[in-house]
Design a protein around this ligand. Structure first.
Ligand SMILES: Cc1ncc(COP(=O)(O)O)c(C=O)c1O
Length: 290
């Protein structure tokens, strides 16, 4: 945890600029900028000869995202955006016709449309929880929407319009009771409030760097363990889905089961290294002073 003045020093915001909208787009930190410059320099000066170093830095940056929720680096897949991470889960799962998706009426569109699309493709039933007049989410309503037909509960940890927080621990234990997945959009919480230590790990956590992590626009991540990853079909396929760029084509080859399963091509370099660089503020990851 770092102080407000120290944090201000890590930002390149104009001295007379008052920024109050990290829920929209946060300011990229100096560390994030530097991480991008470093990668640009390496590729500019030596191109392919630096690829191992570039890939090492990139893979090293997974740890920063995982640490935000207490997950190991190997559980972090890099994605184009938070919406891409949510779509990978929503459209990559196996469903049975008539199963239900529980989500709520105040979600950001990127955490609603992928679920409507999954419902359309697989004849699922969207169970929309209605918010209270003050935008609170009634936990009892959430819990009572979860039943034997529920395949997924998809909720933001912190809602983008109201700041309402979901009680992940209680919701996850209800999901476990009926065998449903809990898929959490954590973009509005990571970097500003500590991920609840007592929260049982959701089945999938989706995030992005450009808000409270003060990283760049255009980067997301998906955090899942190996068992859950194996249950999702990748939406995008390429060399990395099946191995490395050095491998020749082997029709019928099994897909990777590690975090590269959802990373079809060359690295999402800028967002990965700069997002992680930005997140490593003052030697700690994430949480801003409260
Ligand atoms: C809850 C939530 N999810 C996702 C996003 C953004 O994700 P993307 O840029 O991938 O649509 C936002 C941004 O406002 C958000 O508030």
């Amino acid at each position: 945890m770092i102080g407000a003045h120290e944090l201000r020093g890590q930002l390149a915001l104009a001295e007379d600029h008052i920024h109050l909208n990290n829920a929209g787009v946060g300011p990229l930190t100096r560390a994030g900028q530097e991480a991008m410059h470093r990668m640009a320099r390496l590729q500019s000066e030596q191109a392919f000869a630096t690829i191992e170093e570039i890939i090492d830095v990139y893979n090293g940056s997974r740890a920063a995202f995982g640490a935000l929720v207490g997950a190991p680096a190997e559980n972090v897949s890099m994605m184009q955006t938070c919406a891409a991470a949510i779509s990978q889960v929503a459209l990559g799962l196996d469903y049975e016709c008539g199963q239900e998706i529980v989500f709520c009426d105040q979600e950001y569109p990127s955490n609603a449309y992928p679920w409507y699309e999954a419902a359309r493709r697989h004849q699922l039933v969207p169970r929309l929880i209605t918010s209270e007049a003050d935008f609170d989410l009634d936990l009892e309503k959430v819990l009572s929407a979860i039943g034997n037909k529920t395949k997924v509960v998809a909720l933001s940890w912190v809602q983008y319009q109201s700041g309402t927080c979901s009680d992940l621990k209680t919701i996850k234990s209800e999901c476990d009771r009926v065998g449903a997945w809990l898929v959490v959009d954590a973009i509005q919480g990571l970097g500003v409030i500590p991920f609840p230590e007592d929260a049982v790990m959701p089945d999938a956590i989706c995030g992005g760097t450009h808000k409270w992590l003060c990283g760049p626009l255009g980067h997301g991540f998906l955090i899942m363990d190996e068992e859950k990853r194996a249950q999702l079909s990748p939406l995008l396929h390429g060399a990395i889905t099946y191995g490395t760029p050095e491998d020749l084509v082997e029709p019928g080859k099994a897909m990777r089961t590690d975090c590269g399963r959802f990373e079809p091509g060359n690295p999402l370099l800028w967002g990965g290294v700069a997002g992680a660089g930005a997140g490593r503020r003052g030697g700690t990851i994430g949480n801003l002073p409260t």
